[in-house]
Design a protein around this ligand. Structure first.
Ligand SMILES: *Cc1c(COP(=O)(O)O)cnc(C)c1O
Length: 365
């Protein structure tokens, strides 16, 4: 007998971001500018950047590399709570929100528990459901791709879901569900755990349900520094929930899940509200510009039926030409996200957006 990898893992392939060299990457919803480069910073914002950078570098230079990191990320949770108006005792920091999704699925659910997700939505949810041997149950959104809270709530109740997990605003549709509707959904489902992934909520903030975690004992809200702050490289996310849930998350997480360098950079950034606002606003503006240009490029063209009004840092386009546009862009060195009958384009720098639009103009001609 020889060793064999277990059946559920054997045929899995490692996650592979788009292969090959593409000078323009608009496929992963990253921020388009790097704090460490002065590119894309307006003259008047440079002092803000210099201040933030020296704070970051000063922090990093004092990280003791021989010591384990703070397992509970106290300073970081404090700064996060101040920024988001919550309590540190409600917060768990993670190695990206990805780790927290993994923990919620793998450690807070029993094997065989029913995980309800919606489609289309962030693909990682179902991946973790599979890995942890949950029963993946999918609610298909209607053709307008809007999330109907009543219909979804009925579905979760009927299927006896143990956990409902969805993104709001939604990746990939870029649409947001209003706070009252999310609250009504949570209130109608007292038994299952309801996880609202607000990875993009900073672009649409009044709809956040973060302030409701104390009111509902089954609500978890996820946040990340990867999108609105453009810090995907440091891998830092947060789960916000009441103290009982938070204690459970702390009990199951690996003790040193957020490394000291990440804690240090995250702290410096979260303690600079002006910097956070500036980064988010820059990305939001780029997305608004991109959306508008795409609207005028595709106006009256049937091959792209719809461009969704974006509440995120990307634009979602739907129509029969999606696949050929994806290929045409790839041929021109521009990578966007290809989906069934749709493409998702991350807002890039002004130059990247310009080259994208130039390529699209050629393709649709
Ligand atoms: C990008 C994204 C994440 C991942 O965030 P990390 O903190 O980088 O792991 C989580 N949820 C959604 C919906 C995303 O789009």
């Amino acid at each position: 007998m020889k060793y064999e990898i277990c059946a559920k893992v054997k045929n899995l392939v490692p996650y592979q971001p788009a292969l090959g060299e593409y000078p323009i990457r608009l496929d992963a919803n990253e921020g388009f500018f790097d704090l460490q480069s002065p590119l894309y910073w307006e003259e008047e914002a440079l002092p803000l950047r210099d201040q933030a950078l020296s704070k970051i570098r000063d922090g990093l230079s004092r990280v003791p590399l021989n010591r384990y990191p703070d397992p509970t990320c106290d300073a970081l949770r404090e700064a996060f709570s101040k920024r988001y108006g919550t309590k540190p005792s409600f917060v768990t920091a993670g190695n990206g929100s990805d780790e927290l999704i993994s923990l919620l699925c793998g450690s807070l659910m029993e094997k065989g528990a029913r995980l309800v997700t919606v489609s289309p939505d962030f693909s990682m949810y179902r991946f973790y459901g599979d890995i942890y041997e949950l029963e993946n149950i999918v609610w298909q959104k209607p053709s307008d791709l809007c999330l109907d809270p009543q219909a979804l709530g009925d579905f979760v109740a009927e299927k006896k879901g143990d956990m409902l997990l969805f993104s709001n605003p939604c990746n990939p549709t870029s649409l947001v569900l209003e706070k009252e509707k999310v609250e009504a959904l949570v209130a109608s489902l007292p038994q299952p755990l309801v996880v609202v992934d607000e990875a993009y909520m900073e672009f649409s903030s009044p709809q956040s349900v973060l302030d409701l975690v104390e009111k509902y004992d089954n609500l978890v809200v996820l946040k990340t520094c990867s999108k609105a702050l453009g810090l995907a490289g440091i891998r830092l996310g947060f789960a916000v929930a009441n103290e009982t849930l938070t204690r459970a998350l702390w009990a199951v997480k690996s003790p040193y899940n957020v490394n000291s360098l990440t804690q240090s950079v995250g702290l410096a950034v979260l303690e600079s509200p002006a910097l956070c606002r500036y980064c988010t606003e820059k990305i939001r503006q780029s997305c608004k510009d991109l959306e508008q240009e795409l609207q005028s490029l595709f106006a009256g063209k049937k091959n792209i039926r719809q461009i969704f009004p974006s509440q995120t840092n990307f634009v979602f386009l739907q129509g029969p030409a999606a696949q050929s546009i994806f290929k045409g862009l790839m041929d021109r060195g521009i990578m966007v996200r290809n989906m069934e009958g749709a493409i998702r384009i991350t807002a890039g720098s002004p130059e990247e957006n310009r080259l994208l639009l130039k390529a699209l103009t050629e393709i649709v001609r």
